[in-house]
Design a protein around this ligand. Sequence first.
Ligand SMILES: NC(=O)c1ccc[n+]([C@@H]2O[C@H](COP(=O)([O-])OP(=O)(O)OC[C@H]3O[C@@H](n4cnc5c(N)ncnc54)[C@H](O)[C@@H]3O)[C@@H](O)[C@H]2O)c1
Length: 317
Amino acid sequence: MGAKRILVTGGAGFIGSHLVDALISRGNDVIVYDNLSSGRLEFISHVMDRIEFLERDLVLDNDLEEAVKDADHVYHVAANPDVRIGEADTWTSVEQNIMATYNLLEAIRKCRRNDPPGFTFTSTSTVYGNATIMPTPEDYGPLMPISQYGASKLAAEALISAFSDNFGIKATVFRFANVVGSRSTHGILVDFIRKLREGPKRLEILGDGTQRKSYIHVSDCVEGMIHATESQRPSFEFYNLGTDDSVNVDGIADIVLEGMGLQGASKVFTGGHKGAGWKGDVKFMSLSVDKMRSTGWTYKMNSEKSLRTALKELLEN
Ligand SMILES: NC(=O)c1ccc[n+]([C@@H]2O[C@H](COP(=O)([O-])OP(=O)(O)OC[C@H]3O[C@@H](n4cnc5c(N)ncnc54)[C@H](O)[C@@H]3O)[C@@H](O)[C@H]2O)c1
């Protein structure tokens, strides 16, 4: 297969920059479209001479048609991924996750009606809300997200489904478990490391510590995304992308304390919202990854190994 021209929105962020590395190593031509709101130039500086970098905003700039004009494929990774802001701010996820996705799809519809590029979307396990079946399969329903973030991602999935059907866009949607690894700027490991660097004697833990979720290392996540996108046959498909096991928050605290040599620190639980970290936090999450496995993909690291590897990577930087 010859080089493909691939547009990656959010390509300067945590997952996006790893995706860019993997796409380049496969010989593709990559265009990164990112407003650097949470992305960092340092995450892509090592490949800057091999990519086209557009510092642009999916909501504010009107040049998306130009960006999608020659693309063979679009990976839409950009979003505001902060689940916690939803209680105080209900607009950001609508604008950054729904409107931004609509703008991108609309640009494709307008200028690539007869020849749309493929489309891959980074969604989330939070679309399931407090699921009653675990591990949760892709066909679980009804989908009742409990965060503004989860709701906005579900709305974006619905838009992609309609655009896919109406305008022939071959689309793949991935619902990620919690993704961890180097260049991560948010999430539980980053939070614990920051708190312990500020005060090594005491670790504040949101919730009651029994929250239990599934984790995937960013290297497995990116490989899975590319593999399933490239091997997919139907015009629209969903995949959970995670691991089979899970780790509770108290266990993650122990992994971090051990990794930082701070086993003597006291753990202080906030109690949070009904034992979850905050209002909108899903307390228990475990995804069925059988559908991904049926494509021939498998992860290399389970949740615990992913967390330990990511911790090491984050502490080294
Ligand atoms: N990290 C996780 O655990 C996780 C879990 C589930 C889903 N996701 C999804 O994966 C994707 C990547 O997440 P991440 O953790 O790498 O987050 P991130 O914040 O590191 O990356 C998001 C990127 O999008 C860019 N961006 C944001 N708004 C933009 C806009 N309006 N125009 C252009 N660029 C914009 C940011 O600058 C950043 O580079 C997101 O869609 C997120 O919702 C992440």
